[in-house]
Design a protein. Structure first.
Length: 116
C-alpha cells in the first residue's frame, strides 16, 4: 500500500520558519511529480506548491511565492517544503500527495499554526 508520512509542523510566531518533510513509500517516487497542499478550518484543501520528478520545475500558489520553497530528494523518497516569513493565514494542516493528487494517497498531514 502506497503511503505518505508528513512531519515538521508546529507552532511558530509570525515571521518564523518551518521545514516540512514528506516520506513516500513507493518504488516509482523518482518519476512522480509531487505537491504540497493545505487545508485551513472551514476551507477546501488547496495546492500550495508542486515539483516535477527531477526537481527542476516548481510552481507555487500566489499566496506563498517568494516565501516557500519546495524541493525533493529522490534517493530518500522525500519531498520538502521550506516555509519562511510565515503569516497567521498560513495556519493549516499541510499534506503531500502526487500531482495531480489521487484520493487514496493522502496522509495524516502535519499541523502548522502561526501566531500573530
Amino acid at each position: 500500500q502506497v503511503q505518505v508520512v508528513e512531519s515538521g509542523g508546529g507552532l511558530v510566531q509570525a515571521g518564523g520558519s518551518l521545514r516540512l518533510s514528506c516520506v513516500a513509500s513507493r518504488r516509482d517516487f523518482g518519476i512522480v511529480p509531487m505537491a504540497w497542499f493545505r487545508q485551513a478550518p472551514g476551507k477546501e484543501r488547496a495546492l500550495v506548491a508542486r515539483i516535477d520528478w527531477s526537481g527542476q520545475y516548481t510552481d507555487y500558489a500566489d499566496s506563498v511565492k517568494g516565501r516557500f520553497t519546495i524541493s525533493r530528494d529522490n534517493a530518500k523518497n522525500t519531498v520538502y517544503l521550506l516555509m519562511n516569513s510565515l503569516r497567521p493565514e498560513d495556519t493549516a494542516a499541510y499534506y503531500c500527495n502526487q500531482f495531480p493528487a489521487i484520493s487514496n494517497y493522502w496522509g495524516q498531514g502535519t499541523q502548522v499554526t502561526v501566531s500573530s
